[in-house]
Each structure stands twice: as structure tokens, then as C-alpha cells.
Design a protein around this ligand. Structure first.
Ligand code: ATP
Length: 629
């Protein structure tokens, strides 16, 4: 109940419709209880008096009652169908909107299948609950109550016989509820895991086929489906069990009342009409009693679906416009959903601006002998991009693990391009993720053109910073739309310029519909290098003040890489950039290079300086270093 009560904010806008529909259903159900009373009148009156006119009248009344009952139930269905589809859509929208606002650390922890199943099957269960069990638990309870009163009024002794199973059935139903609730939760979680496996298998179909792993994948899938089938069978057994009791006990009671009633009619203590009416009322109550089992089952499934839904909605979201950390869970209802694909860090709208005065940087201490230590700049006064004593530990890292970034201090001067080099797993991507505030530093400061990043909202930070990751993600949209995610208001000229910088104009123009061609998952498949170039175009289209490139040219051939680099140099000349680099060719794009090692900036200098003075750097660049690529 506690979970289901939380649906109220979503059901509130349609409460009037739901209320009217429930009243209509109660009325329809009560009409069915009038039928036995007409029968009693018919049997004791016109039938006993052999009055054909009265029989026709009674038959006509019964027909009218039946038609009215059917029409009322039809009306109920019409009243709820459309509003409930809206409730489901609003809940899905709220979930999607909240997912967009959740921090990256949340998405690191949650599997996509669990999120998908919560946004699809779980919400369908909730809609079904609002459409049927919610109304019919109320309707059935009212019908049973009214019917019980009618039975007792007609013949209290027979009524008591019929009501005898009520108490044992209530106990059985509450035992069933507890057991079924647990089974429903388990099934829904297993369905989420299964969705993850299906999604991974579809996305990784090339790997599965390439390594001939379809059999082992099928075995893993079978294990999960077997577990799901076992849980589903348990639910079915529980349902059979409660339906059995809900049918048998009332049937036994009706049988007992029939025997007792017949004896009373034979003794002349009861009229035949009363017995017919009594039994008809009892039979009319059969369905409301029998259906309680599966209505409770549906309610339990909806309760655990609601619980799973709110587990996501209760996760604290990040406030994109505020300056602090996470905010309370997204309970807001209504509003506009984020349309189209997610755009975490792709906005970059502001043109390159005049930068403040450059500060002299010095080499850090640490394992490398040269160059001298990078002096922590006076953060608020320095232009460019400044990391000052930055410490970072992943939220889900074991508590006794040391931080990944221990003390990163680095100053990238305005307009300067700094290459970031380090062994695999040294934390380069992690460091770059801090700049667009995908994660916040555990300690220390990051300053953009004199403004502490912690004092900027995520929106402000992302308006200044554009990012291209090593894994280029394209969405099911046109090539142009994918690029323009980097700057919504950019015009055609800027799109062409960005495509040219990324050397993507040639292949984009050759697509069947040029830049209007659908690409991404449901569009044309592009090569890794083509995807990377579109992602690069997306990063530069808004002429960002700060550009973060995470090994953006790794999938390009030597020739294309040289062309992209030549064009990129012009962009980088007016941008403060941090470029994660694994190859000398990428490093040469940069004015200086920073070596990340042991969670610190171990050395800063030009490529030539570091090659000469720093053995670790030299080894990484020669490809000999442990973990170098
Ligand atoms: N979400 C996460 N939660 C916990 N640990 C993480 C997470 N993401 C990355 N790590 C860990 O942080 C370390 C650094 O990862 P990161 O991707 O920053 O390295 P990198 O230097 O960019 O590596 P590469 O050169 O291979 O791209 C790795 O050991 C990785 O396992």
C-alpha cells in the first residue's frame, strides 16, 4: 500500500475520471445484485400465480438490468482508458527527465536493462493496476458488502452459512499477498537483468560472432530465462493456490446453504422465491470473491513495479542550473521531458573570448627530474584552465582504496593546448571528466578563466567547455543534428566549418542525403573513424572557449589524421585545450605536454624536453612503457 500511495501525484490529474469510473462500476455491480430481487418477485409472484403478463414484465426488467449493467461497464472502460495512458506517459516522461539529471556516477552503477524494464514493463503494470485492480478491489468490496447485507436480510441463518468462509479467506489472502509480493519483485528484477543481457548481446553482436561465442552467450541467456521461468512458475503456483481456495470455500458454503435452504422450503419455513433470490445473490457474489486472488496479484505486481520506479526517481539528481552538488530525488510531475537524445557534455556555444594574461608554469616535483614544478597559480586570478590540488576518488571505489587523482596541479594558459599523457589507467579520462563537471573533485579546485568551477552551474560550465570522447557516441538522428548537439543555435555555415575541421565534410556530403542522412543506431552505419570525426565536429562547432579532447584521432588513418590535425590546429590556436594523447602525432598538436603519473602531474614541458629529460615519458612515447599503447 505504501508504494502504491506514491502514485497519487501522477493519478491526481485524472482523479475525477477515476472517481466517476469507480462509481459507475459500483453502480453496475450493484445492478447485478438487483437481479436476484426481481427473480424473487418473479418466482413468488407471476410464476406462482401463473400470470404470463407478469412473467413478461419480469423478463423485460431482467433484460433491461443486464443491458444497463453491460453499458455501465463499457462506460467505465471508456472513462479510464485515455486518462490512464496519459498517466503512464507522464510517469515515463518523469523517469526519462530524471535519468537525464542523474549524475554519471549513478549510470556507472545501474545497468541499462534495469532502467529499461522500469521505464517499460513496470509502468505498464502500474497502468493496468490503475485501470483494473484499483477500481475492482473497491467495486468487489462494495459488492460483497452489499450482497452480504442482502443475504442476511433475506435469511440470516443461511446468510451466516455463506459468510462462514470470509475469515479463513482473509487470512489466506494476507498470506498470499506477502508471498506473491516477494515473488513479483524477484521476477521484475530478473526481467531487468535479462533485458541487460539482451541489450548487450545485440550491441555486441560483432564480438559474439567474431569470437564464436554465441553458444556460451545462449547458455548465459538460458540460465537467466530458466531463473525467470522458475519465479514465474512460483507466481503461477501461488495464484492457483489462492484461486483454488477462493473458489472452493465459497462453493462449499453455497452447497451447504442450498441443502439447508431446500430443507427449509420443504418444511414450508421459506418461500421458493426467497431461496431462488438467496442463491442468485450468492452466485452473483461468486465472481467478486473469486477475482480477489488475481486482483491482489496484479496489485502486488504494481506495488513492486512502483517501488522499482521510485527507487530510480528517489536517487538525488544533479542540479544543472545550481552551483551545489546533488539535489533531492526528482518527484516533480508534469513539465517538459528532455526531447531527443541525451546531451550530457556536448553543448559548447560561446565563441572563443579574449583570455587573461598567461602565467608562467613550472614543473612539479615527483619522479621526473625536469622540468621544474608547476606552481599552483592564484586560482581566481589566473586565466585559462587551472587544476589546483585536485583529488578525486570514484564514489563507488572501495573506501580503503587511495584516490585515483592524488594531487593534480596544472595550469593551461589561455589559448594554450596541453597534451595529457600517461599510462593506461592513470586517470587521464577521469581528469578530463572533471572539467565539464561529469564528476566533481573530491578535494581541490578547478578554475576556468578565473572562475572557480564549483561556483559555476553545470549548465554554465558546459556552455564553456566542449568534449569529444575517445568512444564517439552518435544518436539516431541526422548527421547534422548529431553535430549541432554541440551548439543548438549554430547556423549552416558553422556546421560546414565544423565538418571541415574534423575532415568530415567529404564523407558527409557523399552520404545518400548529405548531412540530412540518418546515422546512429537506427541509421546508416559509419566507420569508427567517421564516427570519431562527427564527434570531433560536434565538439568544435560551438567554438568553445575550452576544448577537451580524449584521444580524438585514435581511429583515423595516418593520412586523415594529418589532415584533421592541420585543420584542428587553427581551432586550437584560439581555444584553451586539454588533449589526451597516446601517440606522438597527437602530442605534436599541443604547445606543451603534462605527464600524469601516480595520480599527480609528474612533469610538464614540451614534447622534446620531456623526451629528453623524462624516462617515463620517453618510454610511453616509444611504446615500450608498461601499459603504454
Ligand atoms: N566509474 C568508475 N568507477 C570506479 N572506477 C573507475 C570508473 N571509471 C574508471 N575507473 C577506474 O579509474 C582508473 C582510471 O581510468 P581512466 O579511464 O581515467 O584511465 P585512462 O588513463 O584514461 O586510461 P586509458 O588510457 O586506458 O583510456 C581505472 O583503473 C578505472 O578502472
Amino acid at each position: 500500500m505504501r508504494s502504491l500511495v506514491r502514485l497519487w501525484p501522477f493519478a491526481r490529474p485524472v482523479r475525477a475520471r477515476l472517481g466517476i469510473a469507480a462509481c459507475v462500476a459500483v453502480l453496475a455491480s450493484c445492478l447485478s445484485l438487483v437481479i436476484p430481487l426481481v427473480l424473487k418477485w418473479l418466482v413468488d409472484g407471476p410464476v406462482a400465480a401463473r400470470d404470463p403478463g407478469g412473467v413478461w414484465l419480469g423478463g423485460g426488467c431482467l433484460l433491461l438490468l443486464g443491458v444497463a449493467e453491460a453499458l455501465l461497464f463499457g462506460l467505465r472502460r471508456r472513462l479510464v482508458a485515455r486518462p490512464l495512458a496519459r498517466v503512464e506517459a507522464a510517469m515515463r516522461e518523469a523517469l526519462y527527465r530524471h535519468l537525464q539529471r542523474l549524475p554519471v556516477s549513478f549510470h556507472d552503477r545501474w545497468s541499462s536493462g534495469q532502467l529499461l524494464s522500469r521505464g517499460t514493463t513496470d509502468l505498464q503494470l502500474v497502468r493496468l493496476f490503475l485501470a483494473f485492480p484499483l477500481t475492482f478491489l473497491l467495486v468487489n468490496a462494495t459488492t460483497i458488502l452489499v450482497g452480504a447485507v442482502l443475504l442476511l436480510v433475506q435469511r440470516w441463518s443461511l446468510g451466516l452459512v455463506l459468510l462462514a468462509p470470509v475469515l479463513p479467506l482473509m487470512v489466506l489472502c494476507s498470506v498470499f499477498e506477502a508471498k506473491y509480493g516477494r515473488a513479483a519483485r524477484l521476477t521484475q528484477d530478473q526481467l531487468g537483468d535479462l533485458t541487460t543481457v539482451v541489450e548487450e548481446s545485440v550491441l555486441g553482436i560483432r564480438i559474439i560472432k567474431g569470437f564464436g561465442r554465441h553458444r556460451s552467450q545462449a547458455r548465459a541467456f538460458r540460465r537467466l530465462t530458466h531463473a525467470l521461468r522458475t519465479s514465474e512458475l512460483r507466481k503461477a503456483r501461488l495464484l492457483t493456490w489462492i484461486l483454488g481456495f477462493n473458489t472452493t470455500l465459497p462453493e462449499i458454503a453455497i452447497g451447504g446453504a442450498l441443502v439447508l435452504g431446500t430443507l427449509q422450503v420443504a418444511d414450508g419455513a421459506l418461500s421458493a422465491g426467497t431461496l431462488v433470490a438467496f442463491l442468485s445473490t450468492a452466485l452473483a457474489l461468486r465472481w467478486p470473491v473469486e477475482s480477489i486472488g488475481f486482483l491482489l496479484a496484479m496489485a502486488n505486481e504494481a506495488a513492486s513495479a512502483t517501488e522499482r520506479y521510485f527507487e530510480v526517481l528517489d536517487e538525488p539528481a544533479v542540479d544543472e542550473t545550481g552551483r551545489g552538488g546533488p539535489v533531492a530525488g526528482g518527484r516533480a510531475v508534469g513539465g517538459t521531458a528532455v526531447g531527443g537524445p541525451a546531451t550530457d557534455v556536448r553543448e559548447a556555444r560561446e565563441p572563443a573570448a579574449a583570455d587573461g594574461p598567461a602565467k608562467e608554469s613550472h614543473a612539479p616535483d615527483g619522479p621526473a627530474p625536469a622540468p621544474p614544478r608547476e606552481k599552483p597559480p592564484a586560482a581566481s586570478g589566473a586565466g585559462g584552465l587551472v587544476f589546483s590540488g585536485v583529488v578525486f576518488r570514484y564514489p563507488d571505489a572501495p573506501p580503503d582504496d587511495p584516490p585515483l587523482l592524488k594531487d593534480v596541479t596544472l595550469h593551461i594558459r589561455p589559448g594554450e593546448t596541453m597534451a595529457l599523457v600517461g599510462a593506461t589507467g592513470s586517470g587521464k579520462t577521469t581528469l578530463t571528466s572533471l572539467v565539464p563537471r561529469l564528476y566533481d573533485p573530491t578535494a581541490g579546485r578547478i578554475v576556468l578563466d578565473g572562475r572557480d568551477l564549483a561556483t559555476l552551474s553545470r549548465q554554465e560550465a558546459r556552455a564553456l567547455v566542449a568534449v569529444a570522447f575517445e568512444e564517439p557516441t552518435l544518436f539516431s538522428a541526422t548527421a547534422a543534428e548529431n553535430v549541432l548537439m554541440g551548439a543548438e543555435r549554430a547556423h549552416e555555415g558553422e556546421l560546414r566549418r565544423a565538418l571541415a575541421v574534423a575532415q568530415a565534410d567529404g564523407f558527409v556530403d557523399a552520404l545518400p542525403e548529405g548531412s540530412a542522412t540518418q546515422v546512429g543506431e537506427q541509421g546508416l552505419s559509419l566507420s569508427g573513424g567517421q564516427r570519431q570525426r562527427l564527434a570531433l565536429a560536434r565538439a568544435v562547432v560551438g567554438r568553445p572557449r575550452f576544448l577537451i579532447l580524449d584521444d580524438p584521432l585514435s581511429a583515423l588513418d595516418v593520412h586523415t589524421e594529418a589532415l584533421v590535425e592541420a585543420a584542428l590546429r587553427r581551432v586550437l590556436a584560439t581555444t584553451t585545450a586539454l588533449v589526451v594523447a597516446h601517440r606522438p602525432s597527437t602530442v605534436l598538436l599541443a604547445d606543451r605536454v603534462a605527464l600524469l603519473s601516480g595520480g599527480r602531474i609528474a612533469a610538464v614541458g614540451t614534447h622534446q624536453q620531456l623526451l629528453r629529460d623524462n624516462p617515463e615519458y620517453a618510454s610511453l612515447m616509444s611504446g615500450e612503457g608498461e601499459g603504454a599503447r
